[in-house]
Every structure is written in C-alpha cells, then in structure tokens.
Ligand binder design. Structure first.
Ligand SMILES: Nc1ncnc2c1ncn2[C@@H]1O[C@H](COP(=O)(O)OP(=O)(O)OP(=O)(O)O)[C@@H](O)[C@H]1O
Ligand SMILES: [Mg+2]
Length: 399
C-alpha cells in the first residue's frame, strides 16, 4: 500500500479553525454588516447572542467574527470565555487592560482621548482587584465616583460608556465577545444585561458590539437572570449543516489539495455525518488518512475512515459523558435516547422509566442540566446538548 503524505487539512477539536467554514456565510455577512454600520455611524447596535449544540461551531464562528473585526483596523476586541464559579469581571479587567494598552498606540490623540477612560478603568479595576495588578507604564489615578460602586451593573456601564466615548472620538469601536456565556454566574449575567440595556437606551448608543455564544439553554438562562433579556438581544441559532454544506466542508479542502471525492464515497460520509460539524472534521481527517490513492477518495476509504472517526468520537466525546453519569442519570439518558435525538416529553420519560411522577426524575434532570449534558428546549421537554448522543447510547446499551 502506498503511503500518502499530503498534509491532512481536517481539524477535529474544540475551537480549531476548519479548512472550510461551511454554511456560516449568512450569519457572518449579517454580523459584518452590523459591524460596518456601527463604525460608519459611530453608533452601537443590539447585542447578539448565538446559541447552538456542542460542537456545532460556536467558538469557531466567534473567533472568525473577532478576526474580521481586528483585521478591519477599526475595532478593538475583547474575547473571553465564561467559566463556572468565576466572575466575569476579573477576566474582563485583564482583557480590557490589554485592549486599552494597545489603543494607546492608535495615534497621538489617543492618549489624550483615552485619559478619562483609563481613569475609570482604574476605578473599575481597583473595585474588582484592590491590588491593581495591571498598570499602563505611567501613573493613572482612579476617577472617584465612577465604576467604583461595587455594583457590577453600574460599574460596567460606567466603564463601557467611557471607553465607548473615547473610541467614538477616535473613530474606533469595541467588540466584546464572550464564549460559553451560559457558564457565567447568574449575578454577572444580570449585571451584563442591565449594563447593555442602559447603554442601548441612549439616543446615540456608543460604538460597542456585544456578541455572546453558548448552549441552546442560553436564551432561557439570560431570561432567568433578567426578565427583559428576551427583547434585549438579537438571538441567532447556529444549526447543524445541511447536506450541501456538509459536502462543501468535505470537498472544498480536498479540492484545494487536488484530491477528489468519488460520488458514492461523499454520499456515504455525508450520510453518517448528519450535519454535525465536529464529526465532519473527524470523518474528513480519518477518510483522508485511509485513502490508498493520493488523488481520489473511494467508497472503501470513506467506509474505513467513517468507522475510525466513529470510534474516536465515541471514545472521546460520548463515552466520557456516559461513564461519568450515575446509574440514575443513565436511566434518564437511556429513556431520552428512545426519541432518537428529538426532544423528549418528560411525561413520556416518566412512563419509560416506570416512575409515577415527574418529580421522580427531577434530581437526575437537574444534575444533567447543570453539567450541560441536556437542556430544556421547551417547558416539559428535554434534549441532548451533544448531537449524536442518542445514537451512541443505543450502541453502548446494545454492547
Ligand atoms: N461551519 C463549519 N464547517 C466545518 N467545520 C466546522 C464548522 N464549524 C465548526 N467546525 C468544526 O467543528 C468542531 C467544533 O467547533 P467548535 O469548537 O467551534 O464548536 P462549539 O460549538 O464551540 O463546541 P462547544 O459547544 O463544545 O464549545 C471543530 O473541529 C471545527 O473545526
Ligand atoms: Mg466552543
């Protein structure tokens, strides 16, 4: 057998830039248009929230939005990831500090324009971190009475207002991108909502754009933190890819390397990928490595590659979740799997598990929601956050 050594273009793994970002043109164009408008008018727009299942490409999309913003030269970008049990403030302070530091090099006017923003930043920073770890290389005194109340919603609003004003004068804009937003503490989400809400009510909102990404539970979590969150954000759902988009994810990178997918091979891969971007990369990678002819991917190659990809993803993505589940949680997950990846009515789950009341399932339900394995797409329904989990459970149970 020939050993084929062309570099494998496919990139399975969290946040890894895919060789072809398939099916995301519409949302990228919409966000790009919003950003262009913000810079042109020096006026902010509604904050955006993008939600989607695990591995559907939220991080990759957010990084691409951040990359486009940076490359325009008109945006400063703060990109952070929320983590459970850790306040957003600390991370925001660290990243805003960097952004302000590099803004100082925007030109001669920048230091003068940013003066007040730096002082308010200093107040905010000292409120969050009294040691004041981050400096600017020159003395910056805090601005008394601003961003120092200790109430995050007020302090964040003060801080963003000052930065926004300075950036407006510098013909610049600020993008705040937060990944895994559903993991931020509820009080921080509330503070964020209040600050964004107040800033958005000004007659000419400052040139700031907020983009948050997270699991499908995120809209409900934001609404739980602040009742008007439903109307505050421009909500977008990131879906699985359709067949044509999956084809593009597989064929475009191959074409670039002069490799052709046979039609039946491509059909076989697309059928097993079921629109799941993460699995598209895993299949792409293993099919690529399975091919015996350097220029062509045959049906045999596709079948071998899909099997290897399936094995790898079973071990890496699904099994770890399954193995960590308690027997009671597994009972619930197994009952959910009977709906083949569609949302399960809790009433049906009660019957399937031989229980009498919905409350008999609530402990497992809450635990599984808390650790992000499942979510409630509607009242009285549950669904998996990871595409393909139901299929895995069928395989695991029949072993
Ligand atoms: N539009 C796309 N086309 C092709 N591949 C993609 C696309 N979007 C993401 N991928 C690939 O899917 C995988 C998962 O992407 P990413 O980590 O961005 O997902 P995610 O939604 O952030 O997942 P999680 O919820 O676990 O954080 C990566 O390997 C990435 O290269
Ligand atoms: Mg992610």
């Amino acid at each position: 057998m020939d050993i084929v050594t062309t570099t494998n273009p496919f990139k399975p793994g969290a946040g890894r830039v895919p060789p072809e970002l398939a099916g995301r043109d519409a949302i990228l164009t919409a966000v790009a248009r919003t950003m262009a408008q913000i810079v042109a008018d020096s006026e902010g727009d509604r904050p955006i929230v993008v939600s989607g299942l695990r591995g559907v490409g939220k991080t990759v999309l957010l990084n691409e939005i951040a990359r486009q913003a940076k490359s325009s030269g008109r945006w400063s970008v703060v990109k952070i990831e929320a983590t459970p049990g850790r306040g957003l403030q600390q991370t925001l302070v660290r990243d805003l500090h960097q952004v302000l530091r590099s803004s100082l090099s925007l030109g001669d006017r920048a230091r003068e324009q940013l003066g007040r923003a730096l002082r308010v930043f200093r107040s905010f920073q000292l409120t969050v971190d009294p040691r004041g770890t981050y400096g600017f290389g020159f003395e910056v005194d805090p601005e008394p009475g601003f961003a120092d109340s200790g109430a995050m919603e007020q302090d964040l609003e003060d801080l963003l207002r000052e930065i926004g004003l300075a950036y407006r004068n510098l013909d610049h804009a600020l993008l705040i991108a937060v990944d895994e937003l559903q993991d931020a503490p509820k009080s921080d989400l509330n503070a964020l909502n209040v600050a964004l809400h107040n800033l958005g009510q000004e007659s000419q909102p400052l040139p700031i754009l907020f983009v948050g990404t997270g699991l499908p539970s995120l809209p409900a979590i934001l609404a739980d933190a602040t009742s008007y969150a439903e109307r505050l954000f421009d909500y977008r759902r990131l879906d699985l890819l359709d067949d044509e988009e999956t084809r593009a994810a597989l064929t475009v990178p191959a074409q670039r390397a002069g490799v052709t997918w046979r039609r039946d091979a491509l059909d076989r891969a697309v059928e097993s990928i079921q629109g799941y971007p993460y699995f598209a990369q895993a299949c792409g990678k293993h099919v690529w490595d399975s091919r015996t002819d350097p220029d062509t991917i045959s049906l045999d190659d596709a079948e071998n590659g899909v099997l290897r990809a399936r094995d790898e993803v079973d071990q890496g993505l699904y099994r770890s979740r399954w193995d960590r589940a308690t027997p009671k949680q597994r009972e619930l997950l197994r009952a959910m799997a009977d709906d083949d990846g569609n949302p399960s009515a809790i009433q049906d789950l009660v019957v399937r598990t031989g229980k009498t009341r919905t409350s008999d399932l609530s402990v497992s339900r809450n635990e599984l929601i808390k650790n992000g394995h499942i979510y409630a797409p509607d009242r009285g329904f549950l669904a998996f956050t990871v595409p393909g989990m139901a299929d895995f459970i069928h395989r695991a149970v029949s072993e």
